[in-house]
Design a protein around this ligand. Structure first.
Ligand SMILES: [Zn+2]
Length: 505
């Protein structure tokens, strides 16, 4: 076995250890055992992060808390998040994670940023808000200066203020509205017996959300509120997928996409001006994977144009929607090779591998994402089943955006300890943690997903070094330029040092 001059020191040490094991016979040597355990630990996410004395002290405290929490009954990561949430809220680890500077949120969708409670208690109380109850048992909202016309799915619109006033129990009525804007429910097993059913409710909730959020005067407040919720959770920068829906006004007029782009730009600038320790937002333009090749071609062209005109804001392009129902990436190859043909670079951030259907066309999406030169992989739930794809991703520095709660709610797994990201994290594969759709999953910011990753997926071997590397990964694998990454990293380091000193005794 020849060692190339490029072999890294840990790799050489690791090979030496394996040779030693091979030579060893008879009773195992305890020192060698210890050395192998240390080497394995050094491969995991955060395994080579050096902790200073203050960090080591916090690490020891976290370890103690985790030992207690892993022995507790019920153990929250083993339960469905909707049932686990009240326990997580009581957790000392979760309370620490809330305060921890987490860097960036890199996998979010623009229509599902804020709590459903805020939407109902704030937005639906604004004047001119109409509601209808659809045949499928969902709701739609519309702001209008006059009585809206009936449509197939909405044959009767009610002015919400009048309807609410006629209710015997308006608080109960508001709770039922909240139920239509989120998947959160106390009995998820009964409410969502299959993947198809939970995805159907997921799509319905998006339609219900859209009527509220795409009303132009609401949109700015909504986005600002979304950033507030992430900021309060110690997130300093956000990248979100957005289809750049067209915003409407009270008289029914509709703005063009440029209006939406400028609204994102304005709100981001305003929020950063009022919160100097928040860097801002970037948008990954998205198109639905159920569309045709020609529609996707137009979407790619549109994203190229927007990126040219708004390079600070527009980060790239993605295809969204349920992978198992949509068309595989390979189907869109003509559209996705368009930037290369035109001689321009449009970064891709593909959702890929959000599936448990091994061997299907959809299961090839991760390989295709890499062949189309994706910058990150959204979810990558199926990645451990593809060793070559995993190797290629790692070689090319393509991080996986892991969204544990989303995967559980959408029924890919039930117990977080079995999440495939456990494999990725033990190997130190580049990963970032994100929350996908906070409104729909009943989360806020990133802390709930960090909790599941740290306590459930990482288990006892995940430590403060793991958390530190996950936060630093979110900056390293963001779409920001090298200069802006450095700015964000310096901002984060300052907050991290404060977080550590606040907990140093
Ligand atoms: Zn997503």
């Amino acid at each position: 076995m020849a060692l190339s001059s490029h072999s890294s020191l840990p790799a050489i040490l690791s090979m030496m250890a394996l040779v030693l094991v091979h030579l060893c016979s008879g009773a195992p040597d305890p020192r060698q055992r210890e050395m192998l355990m240390q080497q394995e630990a050094s491969r995991k996410t955060g395994g080579t992060v050096a902790l200073n004395p203050a960090e080591l002290q916090l690490n020891a405290y976290l370890h103690k808390l985790k030992v207690q929490e892993m022995a507790s009954v019920p153990f929250p990561p083993s339960m469905h998040f909707f049932k686990a949430r009240p326990y997580i809220q009581q957790s000392a680890i979760f309370k620490l994670l809330r305060k921890m500077p987490k860097g960036a949120a890199l996998h979010l969708h623009s229509l599902s940023l804020v709590s459903a409670e805020w939407l109902v208690r704030n937005v639906t109380y604004r004047p001119h808000c109409y509601i209808c109850f659809t045949w499928g048992g969902s709701v739609r909202f519309l702001f209008s200066s006059r009585q809206p016309f009936p449509t197939y799915n909405c044959w009767r619109w009610h002015l919400l203020t009048s309807l609410r006033a006629s209710m015997v129990d308006p608080a109960q009525f508001d709770n039922s509205l909240i139920q239509n804007l989120t998947l959160f429910t106390e009995d998820p097993g009964a409410a969502y017996p299959s993947e198809d059913e939970v995805w159907a409710r997921f799509e319905e909730a998006f339609h219900a959300l859209a009527g509220l959020v795409t009303y132009a005067p609401v949109f700015r407040d909504y986005l600002y509120q979304g950033l507030e919720e992430f900021y309060a959770d110690n997130v300093m920068y956000v990248e979100m997928r957005s289809g750049l829906s067209r915003m409407y006004e009270l008289d029914g007029s509709i703005h063009d996409r440029i209006w939406s782009v400028k609204a994102y730009q304005d709100v981001s600038a305003k929020f950063s001006a009022e919160h100097p320790d928040f860097l801002g937002i970037r948008i990954i333009v998205s198109s639905h994977r159920i569309q045709s090749v020609s529609t996707t071609k137009s979407a790619v062209k549109g994203a190229i144009e927007l990126q040219k005109n708004f390079p600070e804001l527009i980060a790239g392009f993605d295809l969204v929607g349920r992978e198992d129902d949509g068309r595989p990436l390979w189907y869109f190859r003509e559209a996705l090779t368009l930037p290369a043909q035109l001689g321009v670079y449009l970064p891709y951030y593909f959702h890929a591998g959000e599936t448990d259907r091994q061997g299907t066309d959809v299961d090839a999406n991760m390989l295709d994402a890499l062949l189309f030169n994706t910058s990150r992989i959204g979810h990558g739930y199926a990645l451990p089943h593809h060793p070559l794809v995993k190797e290629l991703a790692r070689k090319n520095g393509v991080a996986v955006e892991v969204c544990p709660i989303s995967n559980q709610v959408l029924k890919l797994l039930s117990d977080m300890r079995n999440h495939p990201a456990a494999v990725l994290m033990t190997e130190g594969h580049p990963v970032v943690i994100s929350s996908d759709d906070p409104t729909l999953f009943g989360t806020t910011g990133l802390s709930y997903d960090f909790y599941e990753a740290f306590v459930g997926i990482g288990g006892l071997s995940a430590n403060l070094g793991t958390l530190k590397e996950l936060a630093m990964n979110s900056i390293k694998y963001s779409s920001l330029s090298t200069v802006r990454k450095k700015t964000l990293y310096d901002m984060w380091q300052k907050k991290w040092d404060k977080f550590i000193s606040d907990h140093y005794q």
